[in-house]
Design a protein around this ligand. Sequence first.
Ligand code: ZN
Length: 241
Amino acid sequence: MILAILSDIHGNLEALETALRCIDEEKADEVLCLGDVVGYGANPNECVESVRALCSHVLLGNHDAAAIGTTSIETFNAHARRSALWTREALAPENSEYLRSLPLDYRTVDFYAVHASPNEREEWHYIVNQSIAEEAFLAFPDEICFIGHSHLPMFFREGGARGVRIPEGTVHFPKDGRYIINVGSVGQPRDNDPRLSFGIYDTAERKLKLRREAYDIASASAKILKAGLPEMLATRLRLGV
Ligand code: ZN
């Protein structure tokens, strides 16, 4: 099966629409979304509606949970807090209701998937180094776990030396290892490359193609400013941070 794996769309409709056009080209059988459909960006409703219509499975992210009031925003920085409160106001009741229905994880015979980390899933840990990854490996039995959350496309191999950045292109994950794989962010990339990021995963070949694609950042950031959201949320899209 060819699976498109999206994460961290963050209310960025321009990025999402471009990603969906790429998915059409890739002829994916299914689309999986690892959460954070909303938060930061100016189009939370449109993004929820589009994800709901197109994805076979959608997971709950911490920003989705913040927008429906089921996780604390105390640990959020000032910009994230402001955007969470803005998103809470902006969301149509049926879209909040939909976010409320989302699960924390998803499992198939081929892989496991969560938004942040398989251990203490609602603590939303960031898997950004090998020692944090090793702890996470203990929390799931599967060979492969897909994650989002840090917005950094990278993978960890169990027992490996360190996390490995995933470049644009195809990476093979051999059967003799266990992996935690982050597909990066559609709506707010943070690896100094402002192009959107997502994965096309071939379950039979165990190959992940990381797609990077330019999208209309000027329009997405203009909407952020027009909505009265923090200017920094617009600037960071241009910089990819
Ligand atoms: Zn996120």
